[in-house]
Design a protein around this ligand. Sequence first.
Ligand code: PMP
Ligand code: GLU
Length: 401
Amino acid sequence: MTTTHTALSQRVLHLSESETLKMARMARELRALGHDVISLSLGEPDFDTPGHIKNAAFQALHDGYTKYTPVAGLPELTKAISEKFKRDNGLEYKPEQIVVSNGAKQTIYNLCQSLLDPGDEVVVFAPYWVSYWEIIKLSGGIPVPVYAGVDREFKPTPQQLDQAITGRTKFVLFSSPCNPTGTVFDRDELQAYAKVLARHDHVYVVSDEIYEYINFTHEHVSIGSFPPVKDRTITVNGFAKGFAMTGWRLGYMGAPKFIADACAKIQGQVTSGASSFGQKAGAVALMSDLGPTVAMREAFRERRDIVLSMLEEIPGIHSNHPDGAFYVFPDISAFFGKSDGHVIIHNADDFCDFVMTNAHVGLVSGAAFGDPNCFRLSYAASEEQLREAIRRLKDVLGRLR
Ligand code: PMP
Ligand code: GLU
């Protein structure tokens, strides 16, 4: 008989567990043991899906939307997405250039499977969302990070982007607003990247805009709206964050037609179309008033301000000042080498373990996102929980010498 280890493919043996989901699991396990854990590890809005969107799903079920849909999405939803791209982003994707998937995570998986051959490179802005790295590797690609630290609000320079591109680069991948940093790239910055990419016409751009509606600057810019990269940009978005619909599993993209067709072909062999009644509700979400989304955004902004002002009071924590999403990504390298008399903090992993064990607060190590000097805190939690968590954080960090 084969051992468990030899039975598994090299592919899965080389895959890391999603660090965000792992920390959420650890928090659940500690809670089950009776500990009062505050988990600020998962990027998931704590709000419920707005009522009118839920009602649209109930209505769809009543109306018999219980069957398979076209793989790329119900025509009514692909049309709504095409209109949304035009209305909000100045992007021209026709309905046949849209593919709806079971979450934006699947959208990114479809893209990597469709575009990457073994040895192809993907330039990834670092810090990056955990799953980018693993999905690229799973697809045979080589992730190539372009990194900027907290001192530059995690914004790589156009020169860095230019230097990272080789003849093997298939696409550039980044998110704005960014997970894990909350950084928002503005018009000038995106235009400067587009100018670099104009010189490399074999390179596609994958712009992940899933946090579009959680932006405190009031201007969301899509890189695909700039002429040099207009026909080479794949714009990824989804319902999870802006409409508090994480569990619905609904994401989408607009892409050059041949890429959309390739992604639909892959999806057609793996999962088929996303859930029928979820898609009906998604169309309603995009076409209705964004009032509930704006209210959530404002709540996130208030929480960001509370979190930043409380973190400022903790010596050794050097936080960024994010303009979007619901994360802060502070540098904690000042604690490296310090100890509470029992354990020594060597890196961000040790830091997060120490905080989880001693304060019962769940954070995610920046190492998982390509920055081992930082941790990610998701402030998608109640004000009361945030205040208590940071109070505990301050208390346990005060024990480190
Ligand atoms: N992109 C980014 C930047 C994310 O943070 C997430 C996490 N939800 C996703 C994509 C995937 O979203 P979904 O839940 O729609 O799969
Ligand atoms: N994207 C969220 C996060 O970064 C959800 C978890 C996940 O899908 O990895 O926490």
